[in-house]
Design a protein around this ligand. Structure first.
Ligand code: SAM
Length: 244
């Protein structure tokens, strides 16, 4: 990111390595430095989708997600929306906690988001409307109506995860923590337009790059592990893209 100009990137979607939950070949990252660099490289109105959850250490959730969100705010981002990535089929948990069904999906924006194409759904509603005529007794008769209308979806997004579901690309499963592709599609379509520049600072198996390629966005990415870069390269090639 150090080589990326200021105000350059339209959209980031990423999932950082958090709380040392997994040991990605021993690499670590400097959260504050990276958050500040993200602020610098984002265009005004650009949006960062930061997908993160807490580990439980010594019986307590770490609070890392909240601390990171507040740090992003401190350095100038807006916490535009705290969305939830709901896992339809989470890993079962033992002990005295409910199953961990979700991760946070923070939307941080550099000023007011410049692009928003909300996902909508068709809803049916029934009700009484339109006074039709007066009944003999003078009471009011209302027409029973059934209508459909489009409305924005809520900010909890459910996805099924796991082998063969998160992606059809077999090679991606050589990485331990891949995004479900549909999550990236939904967020990228919401916050970007064709040809926008998308960046993933923790690219892993290259899900962001693949989706950007298929949705005709431009993309750049960073990944520290050579092993994962090779996975991303092959995955891109299998999907008609390439990495320079
Ligand atoms: C949660 S994974 C990302 C997975 C990705 N979203 C996907 O769909 O495959 C986090 C990635 O960050 C990488 N990473 C860790 N420290 C890094 C650093 N300092 N710079 C760049 N990448 C780093 C890890 O190697 C790992 O692949």
């Amino acid at each position: 990111m150090g080589r990326t100009p200021n105000d350059f990137v339209d959209f980031v979607i990423t999932s950082p390595p958090y709380d040392d939950v997994r040991n990605y070949n021993g690499y670590s990252f400097q959260f504050e430095e990276i958050a500040q660099a993200l602020y610098r490289v984002m265009k005004p109105g650009g949006v960062v989708i930061w997908v993160v959850a807490d580990a439980t250490i010594n019986g307590s959730e770490t609070g890392t997600s909240f601390r990171q969100a507040l740090y992003f705010k401190k350095i100038g981002f807006r916490i535009h929306d705290t969305m939830i990535y709901y896992k339809n089929n989470p890993m079962p948990q033992t002990g005295n906690r409910y199953h961990q069904h979700f991760e946070y999906m923070f939307a941080f924006s550099k000023g007011k988001p410049k692009t928003f194409h909300p996902i909508s759904e068709t809803t049916k509603y029934r009700g009484l409307a339109n006074m039709k005529n007066r009944g003999k007794s003078g009471s009011l008769d209302y027409e029973k109506v059934e209508r459909t209308k489009e409305k924005k979806v809520g900010n909890v997004f459910g996805y099924s995860v796991g082998g063969g579901i998160s992606t059809k690309d077999k090679i991606a499963y050589n990485h331990p923590a891949i995004f479900p592709e549909k999550l990236v599609i939904d967020q990228m379509e919401t916050w970007t337009n064709k040809n926008d520049l998308v960046y993933d600072p923790f690219m892993g198996s290259g899900t962001t790059a693949k989706v950007a390629h298929l949705l005709k966005r431009q993309w750049i990415g960073s990944e520290i592990s050579q092993e994962y870069i090779e996975i991303a390269v092959r995955r891109l090639e299998e999907n008609g893209g390439k990495i320079d």
